[in-house]
Design a protein around this ligand. Structure first.
Ligand SMILES: [Zn+2]
Length: 296
């Protein structure tokens, strides 16, 4: 095991166990904190702390404690939200009340600003309180400098929701990609927000174009990934897209697809394949016009 492999396995191990893991880019400036089963990326600079996502509800104290260890005098100035889901925005209020601005895609702000229907659970989710909502939004891309670090961010359309973004710590070569990568959990498609497999593959291609072999890719939950691991997940998703599309054209239901083994022989297994195929099929129907103009 060489140094790089050792570091990689250490990162994977610590992230999975929920201990802070240090990414040694330009000095020890970046870490991944367990935000209650989801990742919180913390970047420390002379201009303050920049976070990507705020963890699951009820984990503010442990996140703040981890940040104190990481950067004892650090103040969170900027918090990104990779998308609107509660398990990644659950402690937004904590950081905005301490003066942080919250940057997100405009669609994320819209989801968080009104009640919305949760089809899986047959209920409405309440709008988030004002203090939890993004204070600065964008449509396509943005960039700024924190200390010596260049931070680029941009939209990943319809990959997991309609407001997914990446946050690229370019100088340290670390890319936070939210739930667009899913090394442990089942890849999720929030079809109600417009997400679908084609959007997911396109978004993963954007990440591949932005990155190089040394880039470390941080998913919304699970271990830090190498670009090769991320590429393998992208290729697997493309295979799933192609299989599900063929079955959709034949008129198969998600149940038919499952029974026909549409997810068999892949590099991963699903914990809830039925839900994934249902959501995937819903997304396919919504976007069929983008796949084949002959389909009405
Ligand atoms: Zn999510």
């Amino acid at each position: 095991m060489d140094r790089r492999e050792l570091l990689k396995s250490a990162l994977a191990g610590t992230a999975a166990l929920g201990f802070p893991s240090l990414l040694r880019g330009q000095g020890d400036k970046l870490t991944v904190i367990d935000g209650g089963g989801t990742n919180v990326v913390a970047f420390s600079s002379t201009d303050g702390l920049v976070l990507v996502d705020s963890g699951a509800p009820g984990n503010a104290d442990r996140i703040v404690a981890a940040l104190k260890t990481f950067a004892p005098n650090g103040k969170v100035t900027t918090l990104f939200n990779t998308h609107y889901h509660l398990d990644h925005t659950g402690n937004n209020e904590q950081f905005s009340s301490l003066g942080a601005k919250i940057i997100a895609h405009e669609h994320t702000r819209q989801w968080m600003s009104s009640d919305y229907w949760v089809p899986d659970e047959d209920r409405y989710e309440k709008a988030r309180p004002k203090a939890a909502r993004p204070t600065e939004t964008f449509q396509t891309t943005g960039t700024f400098k924190a200390g010596t670090e260049q931070i680029d961010y941009g939209h990943l359309p319809l990959a997991h929701t309609d407001g997914d973004i990446y946050v690229f710590f370019k100088t340290s070569n670390v890319l936070a990609v939210g739930d667009v990568a899913s090394p442990l959990r089942d890849p999720a498609l929030d079809y109600f927000a417009g997400a679908w497999i084609g959007g997911r593959v396109d978004a993963m291609d954007i990440i591949l174009r932005l990155s190089n072999e040394q880039t470390r890719i941080v998913p919304a939950s699970g271990p830090v990934m190498t670009r090769a691991e991320f590429k393998a997940e992208r290729d697997m998703m493309e295979e799933v897209r192609s299989r599900v599309w063929k079955r959709t054209l034949q008129g198969d239901s998600p149940k038919d697809m499952l029974e026909a083994g549409v997810l068999n022989g892949l590099s991963r297994t699903w914990k809830d394949p039925r839900k994934f195929l249902y959501d995937a099929a819903q997304g396919m129907f919504a976007h069929h016009n983008k796949l084949d103009p002959a389909v009405i």
